[in-house]
Design a protein around this ligand. Structure first.
Ligand SMILES: [Ca+2]
Ligand SMILES: [Ca+2]
Length: 288
């Protein structure tokens, strides 16, 4: 029986200029076979957890063996295909985005139909389907840090840009707190250690216990209160005033509020006691 083969081509896929605003994104190309001698569907799927504000994908194919016959949009994603431009010489450019600006979800983005051109020898499906993605084709100068890996048909991205995170401090978005901030942390140092732009209220030389930090990333606003270790009186430093307050807290002469309690618990064990008092005294003595 004559072998019916669906494909005889090499499709080179090159992907570039994906703008990822935080989170991870991956694009999966899947070349299907076996649904006809002359026509080959290529599905392009996307998995995005951080939102892509807009993207273009360039695909290069062997125009001597196949041609683009048409395309249709997948339904699974929050995404619109803006255009599919084929120059007829093996270069195909896809542009897509979502109506609200951010592509989300996982699923099929679009399906491209390639037709085999007549006159090409038939070949087996297994040996001729060939998908290649060029790592070097991915670039985006707006990335603070981007890493990607590819295996045949899959390209994934990780971008740390614009996420409300910090390697230095502890950010608890649910509790609305940023803790583990050392005394005398300047606003400049603080901003450098946060993964996205923030506004500070009040805006002073130092971050203080009680500074309200507002971050906007991926269209979502986060508001957190800063807690500077040992800074109970809210001037950003560890000083004699803090020492007096901590002593009064331990002696139960005053009742601190939640934020003050966190600032006074220098060793972070959930209690305010002599150990915190000693730590604070040592810090103040070192500064003098
Ligand atoms: Ca203080
Ligand atoms: Ca403690």
């Amino acid at each position: 029986m004559k072998q019916i083969t669906a494909l005889l081509m090499a499709i080179m896929l090159t992907l570039c200029l994906l703008k990822v605003k935080g989170g991870d994104a991956s694009v999966v190309f899947n070349l299907e076979g076996g649904n006809g001698v002359n026509s080959v569907p290529l599905t392009v799927s996307l998995a995005v957890n951080g939102g892509i504000s807009g993207a273009s994908v360039n695909i290069i194919y062997d125009y001597k063996k196949v041609k683009l016959a048409g395309w249709e949009k997948g339904a699974a994603l929050n995404c619109d295909i803006i255009s599919v431009d084929d120059n007829g010489f093996g270069q195909l450019r896809l542009v897509f985005c979502a109506s609200d600006g951010y592509v989300r979800g996982t699923g099929e983005l679009l399906r491209l139909m390639f037709d085999r051109l007549p006159g090409n020898p038939e070949a087996s499906f297994d040996s001729v389907v060939y998908v290649k993605i060029d790592n070097k084709a991915v670039f985006d100068t707006s990335y603070r840090e981007a890493a990607y890996s590819s295996s045949p048909g899959i390209l994934s991205f990780t971008a740390s840009k614009d996420s409300f995170t910090s390697e230095k401090y502890t950010i608890d978005i649910d509790a609305g707190l940023i803790t583990d901030i050392p005394p005398m942390t300047t606003a400049e140092e603080f901003r450098a250690a946060i993964g996205c732009p923030v506004t500070l209220s009040p805006e002073g030389e130092y971050i203080t216990t009680g500074t309200v930090v507002t971050a906007m990333t991926d269209g979502v606003e986060y508001i957190c209160t800063a807690v500077v270790s040992g800074d109970v009186n809210g001037n950003g430093k560890n000083d004699a005033a803090d020492y007096i307050i901590v002593r009064r807290i331990i002696l139960r002469m005053i009742m601190p509020d939640d934020i003050e309690s966190l600032a006074a618990d220098l060793n972070g064990n959930g209690r305010i006691d002599a150990a915190d008092y000693i730590l604070l005294r040592r810090r103040i003595m070192r500064q003098e």
